[in-house]
Design a protein around this ligand. Structure first.
Ligand code: FAD
Length: 301
């Protein structure tokens, strides 16, 4: 088994997830998770805002298995929207349909999302529907399409490792889209496995949406992709207000600051909450060098 697969399996381990919640941000997670409370996260957001960076906030939550947990997650997200509004920070929301009950009952999940969208629309706040694994892809697109009949300020994510990504981006070209490589373990029935194929498709999708779509969020830590995009927008006269770069909180922070300084719109994805374990394991799966976050923490004690 590859190291990547080991971390993905660990991210799916509900027992370890529950154990981790009891002990606060451990194993180096504090450098990539902006605290366990919204107050702590707001502090991190203020610091980024001071540098001209906007934020998208993720209330971490995984393994939602009953309606009460999903309702709690919905209430928490609404609380975060209110906190963003009240503190006047430059931020919006990212959320995961599974957190709001997608695996339990589609209609129930849609109702939760409607309540969230109703609150966000009051403050003209954008909501991004994060994309999870393949089974949840089509239902998540359906949620988006149903919700935006009444709440247009919602977008989603296209994952470049899927073969179907090009037809999805054409279907969703009128939406604000975040384009990523893809973080979950998928089989070769549905997804490219080779890094070069994924990177090629990633660039094709970014170029397509920059030229044909609404707003494009290019979410990557890959400096080669970023350099390519800079050249592409310049050559094709794509204005800077049509796209932004995004990275995760705590990753390549200097590059984040530099891109903002160069005048590009930049948005940092800021996760917070006690339910940090699955998120942290997926980051280790993506880049085993991130293990240095763990070892640094262990040796700095
Ligand atoms: P990689 O392919 O991991 O790395 C490419 C190269 O970039 C590396 O070889 C290295 O040279 C350089 N590099 C990368 N990271 C670092 C680093 N930390 N330090 C120094 N050099 C580095 N996935 C989903 O499936 N659904 C989502 O909704 C989703 N949302 C996301 C939102 C944001 C803002 C971001 C940034 C990612 C999101 N992802 C999501 C994760 C994404 O799919 C990838 O798994 C993740 O971003 C890793 O791919 P990458 O493009 O950053 O670069």
């Amino acid at each position: 088994m590859k190291l990547k697969d080991v971390f993905i399996s660990l991210s799916e381990n509900q027992f370890l997830n529950q154990a981790a919640q009891k002990y606060g941000l451990k194993m180096g997670a504090s450098s990539v998770v902006a605290g366990t409370t919204i107050e702590e996260a707001i502090e991190g957001i203020r610091e980024l805002n001071r540098r001209g960076i906007s934020c998208t906030v993720d209330c971490l939550g995984e393994f939602v298995s009953d309606k009460a947990e999903a309702t709690k997650a919905k209430d928490q997200i609404i609380h975060v929207i209110e906190a963003i509004h009240d503190t006047e920070v430059d931020a919006h929301i990212s959320l995961k349909p599974s957190q709001l009950g997608l695996d339990i009952d589609y209609a129930f999940c849609l109702e939760n999302l409607k309540e969230i969208a109703e609150t966000a629309s009051r403050y003209e706040m954008f909501i991004n529907i994060d994309m999870e694994n393949y089974e949840r892809l089509e239902p998540s697109f359906r949620l988006l399409e149903e919700l935006t009949q009444n709440y247009p300020n919602i977008g989603t994510v296209i994952q470049a490792y899927f073969y179907r990504a090009q037809s999805d981006i054409e279907r969703l070209k009128d939406y604000r889209l975040r384009i990523v490589k893809g973080a979950y373990k998928e089989t070769n029935d549905v997804a490219y496995q080779d890094k070069m194929d994924i990177d090629d498709n990633f660039l094709r999708l970014i170029e397509y949406h920059l030229q044909n779509g609404k707003f494009t969020s290019i979410a990557t830590h890959d400096h080669q992709i970023i350099e390519h995009v800079k050249r592409f927008v310049e050559a094709n006269h794509i204005p800077k207000d049509k796209f932004e770069f995004q990275m995760l909180y705590g990753f390549r922070t200097e590059l984040q600051y530099q891109l903002a300084k160069e005048g590009y719109q930049f948005c940092t994805y800021v996760p917070f909450g006690t339910d940090w374990y699955g998120y942290f394991m997926r980051r280790l799966a993506e880049r085993p060098q991130n293990i240095s976050l763990v070892t640094k923490q262990v040796f700095n004690k």
